[in-house]
Design a protein around this ligand. Structure first.
Ligand code: HEM
Ligand code: HEM
Length: 255
């Protein structure tokens, strides 16, 4: 397997063996937390142990960082592939690459600071910075050989409603928001923040399921590097809509 192919499977692999199991465990404890609270409210007692709330919080904190991390990795892959592996793009985009790298560092630093922030103001500041960093990276462009600017990260704008990018951004924003509002959930005696949190994260859960589906679809759409020149011809010749042939003597993939 080529380095480029390995780079393609890194993000889906980590999502499958690490992030999704973590989502499962966090959601299990979320359900237990809610059941325990409702049972205690109704009968004054519950058989569910009280630690489920803090276990959910502990896993939720891991989950937030993991989702931001997996989204950054998902975006780093096409950036590295287009700017470094496709070496003909390097000269025109090297400054751009280092600026984007700086954004990665700033976004991760804001996430770290968000974990440390205590006051509502700083939590809001670092959550906004972290969210903005992720979005700004997602919308970066690069200059191709023809001199035009093209998106670095594939966003599927023409079919945004089944886009792995937009729903991934949505899930990431919801995780950052959850992290920033932890103290509000505990402080609010009327349970307003708690209900808002549960509702928003049910949406996040739907987004995660959607990510599993669209991510698997994207994985079968991205060809291994030795097939890439042939598959590109299928797109160029519009073979989805009409019968056509690809030439066996396709140019070999860029190293
Ligand atoms: C898919 C992700 C998530 C889902 C579905 C979810 C859902 C829930 C639900 C249903 C509750 C219980 C609400 C109730 O008592 O009625 C809860 C509580 C809570 N969640 Fe989440 N949550 C998720 C992720 C997170 C994350 C990422 C964090 C923080 C980083 C977090 C922090 C909390 C906290 C602090 C509580 C209160 C726990 C307690 O009572 O001790 N959750 N969540
Ligand atoms: C928490 C879940 C996930 C999040 C937040 C997430 C986020 C992202 C983001 C933001 C991108 C860059 C935009 C794009 O190319 O569409 C991306 C790329 C990608 N994701 Fe995910 N993803 C998740 C799970 C998955 C899963 C489960 C799979 C596959 C089984 C997957 C497969 C892919 C593929 C194939 C790419 C393209 C990577 C490349 O161009 O090298 N993702 N992901």
């Amino acid at each position: 397997m080529s380095a480029k192919d390995l780079a393609t499977i890194l993000h889906p692999a980590i999502a499958a063996f690490y992030v999704f199991p973590l989502i499962g465990i966090a959601v299990y404890y979320a359900w237990q937390t809610r059941q325990r609270r409702l049972q205690a409210q109704a009968d004054g007692k519950s058989k569910i142990p009280p630690v489920v709330g803090s276990e959910h919080l502990k896993l939720g904190k891991w989950l937030s960082a993991s989702v931001v991390g997996i989204a950054l990795l998902g975006m780093a892959q096409p950036i590295v592939k287009k700017l470094i592996f496709d070496s003909q793009n390097w000269a025109a985009n090297s400054t751009r690459f280092f600026l984007i790298l700086l954004f990665f560092v700033a976004t991760i630093a804001s996430l770290v600071m968000l974990y440390r922030a205590r006051t509502p103001l700083w939590r809001a500041v670092f959550a906004t910075l972290c969210g903005m960093g992720v979005i700004i990276i997602g919308f970066q462009k690069f200059q191709a050989g023809d001199g035009n600017l093209y998106p670095l990260v594939f966003r599927r704008d023409y079919e945004w409603y089944v886009s792995h990018f937009y729903f991934g951004m949505g899930a990431t924003m919801l995780m950052i928001f959850s992290l920033a509002t932890i103290p509000d959930i505990y402080k609010d005696r009327s349970n307003g923040w708690r209900k808002a949190h549960a509702l928003l994260n049910c949406v996040a859960l739907l987004f995660f399921i959607f990510q599993g589906i669209t991510g698997a679809r994207d994985l079968i759409e991205i060809p291994p590097s030795w097939q890439q020149p042939y598959v590109e011809q299928l797109y160029i010749n519009n073979c989805q809509a009409q019968p056509c042939q690809v030439t066996p003597a396709a140019p070999s993939p860029a190293p």
